[in-house]
Design a protein around this ligand. Sequence first.
Ligand SMILES: NC(=O)c1ccc[n+]([C@@H]2O[C@H](COP(=O)([O-])OP(=O)(O)OC[C@H]3O[C@@H](n4cnc5c(N)ncnc54)[C@H](O)[C@@H]3O)[C@@H](O)[C@H]2O)c1
Length: 449
Amino acid sequence: MRIAVIGTGYVGLVTGVCFAEKGNQVICVDIDQAKLARLRKGECPIYEPDLDTLLEKNIAAGRLHFTDQLAEAVAASTLIFLALPTPPGGDGAADLSFVLGVSKEIGKILNQLDNPEMKVIVDKSTVPVGTADKVRALIAAETQAPFAVISNPEFLREGFAVEDFMKPDRVVVGTDSAQARKLMYDLYAPYCQNPQGQILFMDERSAEMTKYAANSYLAMRISFMNEIANLCEKLDANVDAVKVGIGSDTRIGSKFLNAGIGYGGSCFPKDVQALAQTAQEQGYDFKILKSVMQVNAAQRLFFVEKIKSYFQNQLAGKTIAVWGLAFKPNTDDIREAPALDILKALLEMGVKVRTHDPEAMPAIERIFGKSIVFCQDPYQALENADALAILTEWKVFQEADLNRMASLLKAKVIFDGRNIYDLAQMQAQDWHYESMGRQKVVPLLRPQA
Ligand SMILES: NC(=O)c1ccc[n+]([C@@H]2O[C@H](COP(=O)([O-])OP(=O)(O)OC[C@H]3O[C@@H](n4cnc5c(N)ncnc54)[C@H](O)[C@@H]3O)[C@@H](O)[C@H]2O)c1
């Protein structure tokens, strides 16, 4: 199929590359000239496993092109995907200016085309319920040409973006157009083992709501487990055991039950906030969402309190090594990362921070500059530090050599915001080890078969 993807960020680039990988002809559009220049050379502007290889491969195969010319891409394509930013506006609602601005442009372009085929404009950005109607109205105001607007929210996880796109759990398509349904089915079927079961057709509004409901529900699980963890600390229970205990209930499932320093990233914070704002606009008091956000904000500070309390509020002049800056492993994305608030709090208290992250240091350096020491190696960050704080569960930290760590730190002190080490082992090796919701070792004993 001939596809245009407008916006070549995390979602747009992965979408374009993965559509090309199955043999489609794809043109990716962006306004960021520096990004386009890198992409044309086959350089991947973001860190995402396997994306660089597939990018190079599909450019070489002549299936993947990059341009700043929206009109050219729209004219050449049947399916036009919008993967534009929808950042939070001043009131927390999604800022639709990118999506609506480009939609109007598309309307004008469609109006200029001679004998146009039906174009399908597919919204992949996360947008409030009712946006497809707005996009349709804007385009219809510009042209009589045939087109359909459909909602196709994206569920990929950063860090697993290619894998998720190539093997989705499900594909949600909101449209009442039979022609658009057929195109979307044919496009996505090669990615699904069971296309009839996995490609879910519904109306646009329900599709738009599905995306917000999914992210808000996952964020709620995280905040819920963080509250359970905080209570476990007071009651001498262990959240790891509780996680296994509830996660093995098939009604609950074991994913998204990790206690820690809370969620971040470009999606959960803004999507929870946007859904809360949508509810408010409708005069509906969505109490759970408000709590989800409050708990998440408090959890970062709760972690800082642990460090403060250990050092009896005397943190000025202390050196803390910080491992992990990205909002989660396998990405260089620091948008809304807990590290941002935690670093700020540490620096405000006069702490000297030495840090390492496998991918996210350039992004953090752009914000914090020389106020932080960036180390090319995790062990280097530990040299002469009074303690280590772990903020992201990168594998390299999980597999680190505890003896070497002990030899580099001034004292064997770790604050683990992601529960990456075995509590019993840390206690046996005489570490002062504070994690989340795990005050004491609770052996999980299962009867022998
Ligand atoms: N990042 C994720 O994991 C994820 C997952 C699912 C859904 N989403 C949603 O997908 C959408 C895009 O998110 P993202 O993370 O890819 O954003 P991003 O900021 O990484 O990328 C957006 C891109 O759009 C480009 N752009 C801006 N204005 C443009 C214009 N007028 N014409 C062409 N390009 C333009 C920007 O230069 C940028 O490259 C958002 O609505 C987001 O909520 C994101």
